[in-house]
Design a protein around this ligand. Structure first.
Ligand code: ADP
Length: 191
């Protein structure tokens, strides 16, 4: 199973990614988590990524694409994967298409979680208090929402045209959202 989980910052991608990946027996690959791990370890990749992340901007495509390519090449991702936070730009969509085509597989589904804008800001401000992420200040949150609208929302139309888009309501209890995702994806023939 090769899946993408999409949605604006605060939509609950990271939370759901873990459950969905476990359900399908594939690794959850979160570009945000990989960047944050590199930042905390002070690697050259982390040093480069931090400037962009702290401003709410995307890390340049070349950097992100290379990182994802390396991760997907690992053996645990051979049976499939769930991508959380990638692709986020049209250039990344193209790059991912190439990576998947190279292995002779296809993308099975793209799940988009939809959440009211006010609810998103509330969730992120709440997370700022509990997790203390450096990109969870109010200005940066606002910037991340803008960047999502400008650069990532257009991807929804691309995947809709391909007939693999699954749009789901991301509001309500975590468990209910998980169940909605399972119900929708269990309908899809696995590759
Ligand atoms: P959220 O789920 O809150 O939107 P993430 O944890 O997925 O945030 O990502 C945090 C930051 O990592 C992003 O704001 C961005 O700077 C960087 N990042 C993550 N994924 C990508 C990507 N695919 N392309 C570019 N930058 C990315």
């Amino acid at each position: 199973m090769r899946l993408i989980l999409m949605g604006p910052p605060g939509a609950g991608k990271g939370t759901q990614a873990r459950f969905v990946a476990e359900h399908f027996g594939v690794p959850a690959i979160s570009t945000g988590d990989i960047f944050r791990a590199n930042v905390s370890q002070g690697t050259p990749l982390g040093v480069e990524a931090k400037r962009f992340m702290d401003a709410g901007e995307y890390v340049p495509d070349e950097v992100t694409n290379k990182m994802v390519r390396n991760r997907i090449d690992e053996s645990d991702a051979e049976p499939g994967f769930l991508l959380d936070g990638y692709p986020r730009t049209l250039a990344q969509v193209e790059e991912l298409d190439g990576m998947i085509a190279f292995t002779g597989h296809k993308l099975d589904a793209v799940v988009v979680l939809t959440v009211d804008p006010e609810e998103l800001v509330q969730r992120l401000l709440q997370r700022a208090q509990t997790d203390g992420r450096t990109d969870d200040t109010e200005d940066v949150i606002r910037r991340r929402q803008e960047v999502y609208t400008e650069q990532t929302e257009p991807l929804i139309g691309v995947y809709r045209e391909r007939g693999i888009l699954v749009e789901l309501d991301g509001m309500g209890e975590v468990d209910d959202v998980t169940q909605r995702i399972f119900d929708a994806l269990d309908e899809i023939p696995q590759s």
